[in-house]
Design a protein around this ligand. Structure first.
Ligand SMILES: Cc1cc2nc3c(=O)[nH]c(=O)nc-3n(C[C@H](O)[C@H](O)[C@H](O)COP(=O)(O)OP(=O)(O)OC[C@H]3O[C@@H](n4cnc5c(N)ncnc54)[C@H](O)[C@@H]3O)c2cc1C
Length: 482
């Protein structure tokens, strides 16, 4: 029986464990904090649970007047975003933590049921391969013992931790990382969010919807610098319209507590004050003190494990998956890398990782969902594609729902009409992206996407309409060329 040891039980680790057990290996997962990893316990699941409450607040607060709903409340409408409905943050956070722990428990049960051994503790590689090709993994267990496991293959899937600035040390009370916000019992009255990437934008939007006054400090020209530029413009407009103070080209140097306030100093000397500060300035891989380099595993300058598209590291028999590789910081990608590692090491059929079919979503309001090639890829000549963008304003269902912001964008190859990418900016864009994802994954043409029925009225009608417009453009192009 092949012995597999997996260090780190997040999506990269536990999905790999399930596959390896199904393929008949003897599998041990070593995890220090609980199965599900940061994804389930501190990052992905808790933030989306918090956002579920924020979403209800926003959709009610932003559309009730237009939809003709009367609220018996005489608070002046210009007071604050969540003026009509309020939130009990202590209760919200208790729910967040309860769901996270329950999901971790469910994962532990299903992994154990599959025959995997779960060991609570910290794991590290011990030296290089033995003559028989096996390796030693040393585990400092939660009850203080040291155990050595032998493995024919090892998967490193230890994830990442919030990056901290030297002069903005989190105290867990007023200066917070995203893992600490769920201990708050009361809503921050004035929240400063430092960092306008996906995490910063999601929390800024959520707390604004819950009723905090939010300042978003962004070092770049616009929020979400890594996303589709048109989508980022829509989101920034919405944020500002709802009263958020978005400070562009502003770099935070330090954050310190002054009494019951927090002062954030920017690199140009300006000082902003709030009741709380959330630092969302990226993450660092959990790869230190794990014996990786001693075992022959090469790291990048940033400390990420170097891997190829079948998750192999530079050391024979050692694979890596997920955030510790820095390939694409998504739970779905971590899980896929982990599964691929197991298919490869256990000799099963394996498809190398293809990042061009990954769909991802920014859970703001509106949401921003993306798949395949992007506007940046087209602009820099990486992909030759034509593009269509349909604002949701013209969509009948959007009008009925009172949705004004958002669009559907499609990219297709000019000659063949094959759909190579798309962006949806809309409420629940995370659900609406799937047909485009299917098209990208299966090389469907704009004709095929256009000919499938959509429900009338529906937001997905805009996807079919976009495909029709690209078809007409392709036909007209072909006609004018002939
Ligand atoms: C706020 C936030 C929201 C996010 N939302 C989403 C989302 O909506 N969708 C999405 O796809 N992605 C989301 N992500 C990204 C997602 O959480 C990560 O990509 C995912 O967690 C990566 O999984 P992983 O298996 O690599 O590591 P992790 O989930 O970080 O798990 C690693 C595990 O390894 C353990 N560990 C570390 N070192 C050791 C050691 N030496 N020995 C034993 N165990 C160890 C850790 O304690 C942890 O339990 C979000 C991230 C953040 C920060």
């Amino acid at each position: 029986m092949t012995r597999i040891v997996i260090i780190g039980g997040g999506p990269g680790g536990y999905e790999a464990a399930l596959v390896a057990a199904q393929l008949g290996a003897e599998v041990t997962v070593v995890d220090s904090d609980g199965l599900g990893g940061s994804a389930v316990l501190t990052d992905c699941v808790p933030s989306k649970t918090l956002i579920a409450t924020a979403e209800v607040m926003t959709s009610f607060d932003s559309s009730y007047e237009e939809l003709g709903i009367i609220v018996a409340d005489d608070t002046p409408p210009d007071k604050q975003a969540a003026r009509v409905v309020g939130v009990d943050l202590g209760k919200v956070n208790r729910r967040v933590k309860r769901l996270a722990v329950a999901q971790s428990h469910d994962i532990t049960q299903s992994v154990t049921r599959a025959g995997v051994t779960v060991l609570r503790g910290k794991g590290r590689l011990e030296g290089r391969q033995d003559l028989d090709g096996s390796r030693a993994v040393v585990v400092e267990t939660a009850d203080g013992e040291s155990r050595t496991l032998r493995a024919d293959a090892v998967l490193i899937s230890t994830g990442a931790t919030p990056r901290e600035l030297p002069d903005a040390q989190p105290d867990g009370e007023r200066i917070l990382t995203w893992t600490q916000v769920y201990d708050l019992d009361e809503l921050p009255s004035e929240l400063i969010v430092v960092g306008s990437g996906v995490t910063g934008a999601e929390f800024a939007g959520a707390y604004q919807a819950l009723g905090s006054r939010v300042t978003l400090v962004s070092s770049r020209d616009r929020v979400l610098p890594g996303e589709d530029p048109d989508a980022a413009v829509v989101l920034e407009d919405v944020f500002r319209r709802r009263g958020m103070n978005v400070m562009s080209r502003s770099r935070a140097e330090s954050a310190k507590r002054v009494g019951d306030k927090v002062e954030v100093t920017l690199s140009d000397g300006r000082v902003i004050t709030g009741s709380h500060c959330l630092m969302a300035v990226g993450s660092i891989p959990n790869t230190a003190d794990m014996g990786l380099e001693e075992a022959g595993v090469k790291l990048t300058e940033s400390g990420h494990v170097k891997v190829d598209r079948v998750s192999r590291t530079s050391a024979p028999g050692v694979y890596a998956a997920g955030d510790c590789t820095g390939v694409l910081m998504l739970a779905s990608v971590a899980a896929m890398q982990g599964r691929i590692a197991m298919y490869h090491s256990l000799g099963d059929a394996v498809q190398p990782l293809n990042l061009k079919t990954v769909s991802s979503n920014v859970f703001t309001d509106p949401e921003i969902a993306t798949v395949g090639y992007t506007a940046a890829d087209v602009e820099c000549g990486k992909m030759d594609a034509v593009c269509v963008k349909l604002p949701l304003r013209g969509n009948p269902r959007a009008k009925m729902q009172g949705i004004r912001d958002g669009f559907v964008k499609l990219f297709a190859r000019p000659g063949t009409g094959i759909v190579v990418g798309g962006v949806v900016v809309a409420p629940r864009a995370s659900e609406l992206i799937h047909p485009i994802s299917l098209a990208v994954d299966n090389n469907l043409t704009v004709e095929q996407v256009a000919s499938a029925f959509t429900v009338y009225p529906s937001l997905s009608g805009s996807t079919a309409e976009g495909a029709r417009q690209l078809h007409i453009r392709k036909r007209d192009g072909a006609e004018s060329a002939s």
